[in-house]
Design a protein around this ligand. Structure first.
Ligand SMILES: *Cc1c(COP(=O)(O)O)cnc(C)c1O
Length: 398
């Protein structure tokens, strides 16, 4: 018998759960894209997007996913032949570096494995050795969605400052903007990229590239940027169509407007960060209890380097795949697959999964997912310690 009928929960690290209000805001006929409310509404999104990343800099909006943001950030500040330093803490750092390489940029990788944050001493040594300042930028991922490792971006900037290295600091916050704290200006980040479909609770299809004045100067030195990817007209359009280099993503904009109302004007960023931190602690408490006996283990051991948006779990093959399948079919909740932990043809790949806890999520939704996981562990006879749900509930009561 299945118990999955009811509202299905997608607990994967993006796309995240969207508020009904966001969905309802999109359910309307197409607006005029030349005059009228859409024009004013779009301009009003800009200050609210900046409030989410805590910046007074610039923001360019694109019709595209996170990969589009990767490309946009690279082509606006780097020329073919430029060197970039990529501290790797999971699969997503490799993705960004590979894209840079395809553009003729030369990535230098520092790989810190799949369970550890960026080693700042290693970054410092590399930067000090670069006496000629050939490294033009650091491509850092704030939260690697595959490993759920969270990196300390402020500390990374302090290393650049200590070494007096002029490289730009580019940060991929696609997984975690709106879940884990981001202070773009206070932390001295030059470029931040984000997508609509994770902490911003809007369907996949829009991405955002924030940049400061230092990055704007770097943009002027780039020899060739296609008119589609150029962030200058998008951030400072003279005509409405220049925001998008063409037709606006009309319905996404209504959804995003509502999401930003909820985030910036209703709940507030501090409260959102605190909510995600508390819910993440509930997730960790559950897995710590289950992991007290048997194979279950959080991928990141130090809580300071865990994300508030996503949690990667090791459970051993074939339990990860079995548990995910059981949950979808029997309980109506879908967990994320393990990504980049083992090659897909390696049977060990069945030993990982991820829980997305980003965006529109409250205690009852999360406890439902965790309770379903506990049911699955019992049903499948996966060895585990007692009291996972109770530990999570206790954390939600604090
Ligand atoms: C989701 C994600 C991406 C890729 O986004 P897509 O929309 O799938 O292209 C890149 N980086 C991080 C950290 C992500 O979480």
């Amino acid at each position: 018998m299945t118990l999955a009928n009811g509202r299905h929960t997608l607990a994967i690290p993006g796309p995240s759960i969207m508020p009904d209000r966001v969905l309802q805001a999109m359910h309307r006929p197409a607006p005029n894209i030349y005059t009228g409310e859409l024009i004013d509404m779009t301009a009003g999104l800009v200050p609210d997007l900046k409030a989410v990343a805590r910046t007074e800099g610039h923001v360019a909006m694109y019709i595209g996913n996170g990969h589009a943001a990767w490309e946009a950030s690279l082509v606006n500040v780097l020329n073919p032949g430029d060197k970039v330093l990529v501290p790797v803490t999971g699969m997503f750092s490799h993705g960004w570096a590979d894209m840079a390489a395809r553009l003729g940029i030369e990535p230098q990788l520092l790989d810190f494995g799949k369970r550890s944050p960026i080693d700042l001493d290693a970054v410092e040594t590399t930067l000090r050795a670069d006496k000629a300042h050939e490294i033009k930028a650091i491509l850092a991922v704030q939260v690697d969605t595959a490993t759920s490792v969270k990196n300390d971006i402020q500390a990374l900037r302090q290393v650049l400052n200590a070494v007096e290295h002029p490289a730009l600091l580019l940060v991929d916050s696609i997984a975690c903007l709106g879940c884990d704290e981001m202070q773009m200006d206070a932390w001295g980040v030059d470029v931040v990229i984000a997508g609509s479909q994770k902490g911003l609770m809007t369907p996949p299809g829009m991405c955002f590239v924030y940049f400061n004045d230092k990055a704007a100067v770097a943009r002027q030195k780039v020899e060739r940027v296609s008119s589609y990817w150029d962030w200058v007209p998008r951030a400072h359009p003279e005509q409405y169509y220049q925001y998008w280099c063409g037709t606006a993503p009309t319905h996404h904009l209504y959804g995003l407007r509502t999401a930003l109302d909820m985030m910036v004007h209703e709940e507030g960023m501090e409260t959102i960060w605190a909510r995600h931190a508390q819910l993440a602690r509930a997730v960790w408490a559950a897995f710590d209890a289950w992991g007290a006996e048997g194979p279950i283990e959080l991928n990141v051991s130090d809580p300071a380097h865990r994300s508030n948006a996503v949690t990667s779990v090791r459970i051993g093959a074939p339990f990860g795949t079995q548990l995910r399948n059981w949950l979808t079919e029997r309980a109506g909740v879908t967990l994320g697959i393990g990504l980049g932990m083992a090659t897909p043809d390696d049977p060990a790949a069945d030993g990982f999964f991820r829980v997305g806890h980003m965006g529109h999520l409250n205690a009852h939704m999360l406890l439902g997912t965790l309770g379903s996981i506990e049911a699955g562990l019992q049903a499948l006879d996966i060895p585990h310690g007692p009291g996972g749900v109770a530990a999570a509930a206790k954390m939600c009561a604090e």
